[in-house]
Design a protein around this ligand. Sequence first.
Ligand SMILES: *Cc1c(COP(=O)(O)O)cnc(C)c1O
Length: 409
Amino acid sequence: MSTTFEPGAPAAQGTIPLSVPHVAGNEWKYIKDCLDTGWVSSVGSYVDRFEGQVADYVGAKYAVAVCNGTAALHIGLLLAGVEPDEEVILPSLTFIASANAVRYTGAWPTFIDVEPDYWQMDPERLETFLTKDCHMSGGRLTNRHTSRTVSAIMPVHILGHPVDLTPIRMIAAKFGLQVVEDAAEALGAKYYDAFVGNTESIACFSFNGNKLITTGGGGMVVTNDESLAKRAKYLTTQAKDDPLEFIHGEVGYNYRLTNIQAAMGYAQMEVLDNYVAKKREIARIYTEAFRGIPGLYPMQEAQYAFSTHWLFTVRVDSRQFGMGSRELLRWLGLRSIQARPLWQPMHMSPAHRLSYAGACPVTASLHDVCLSLPSSVGLTSDDHQRVINSVLEAAPAREMVAAGKRHDA
Ligand SMILES: *Cc1c(COP(=O)(O)O)cnc(C)c1O
């Protein structure tokens, strides 16, 4: 690769995407089976098999397939009994679907900060918020700032790294709150020895195109509670009480996953272990390559964690590195390498401006400095090296610009 710096004119090369599906197993065979047998829609053996397979994998008793991860979260919150005008506590650092799902129930998201080491929901800040910013009123835990009842906590396993669940579960029990885990990014991750989703409560996965495995689009609600699983199936299939007379007990949803999608998921689950191993290998190679580079700080893995490193993300200290995260984003973009900042923090989102948020300085600063780098399961070692070289070339090239070539217009 050329080391001469030509502003804005890198050699044209194929684009390296951030994270794209990897389809190389039995997907064709199983989907063809759906087509051959005519079982293409929302009933069929692959739906049941895919549900059983995910439940078995994560160590949950029940799994209910749904059309996407956002729908899974909506149903998860309904199962937890979240009511309109109540509040659900979640980290400000998340994809907007977590917060939107809360609004779908008529409840309000309340945002708290993450911890600075692994970027997950901070149990200490959670407890402080519940102790200092809430009080008991009429037997209900009430947010002092909004006078609304706090009814649930939604920890989000960000970027494939598990949340520190034990303290959060203890705090939830102490304050009488439900827990609904947003595990959309964390299929295959482990908290100590247990897979994320092996849960006392409710966990929700996504099989969107950029997630660890994909069904094109899809999601799953998992739980150990039979009655919750039955209710999830009921709510996601239009709450039908009598299939012949079409009697519906309440307003349900059409959140079903199709058999074709489930067939794809069934094939993807067969190779999930390989995908997780590949993601971890990608993270290991990046981390190794960036070791000792001033101003580049790769995401870390906690003692308690087995992370899938769903999207490998690095903190870029602009003063040390000589280039900020957004400049590096553009630099890589000019080289046909797709990188991405973290999501706009929820406490800054115009969509959630009416929700309550505590101070979230860690989330805000991570948003400024973080960049996710190409992490597809199918990333070749040549492409991986191209990304690494492009990142490493960025800082010295910047110095050259500063040193002399001021007017490159
Ligand atoms: C992807 C994602 C979702 C939503 O999943 P969809 O399948 O896209 O609806 C929810 N929460 C988080 C944290 C996600 O990353």
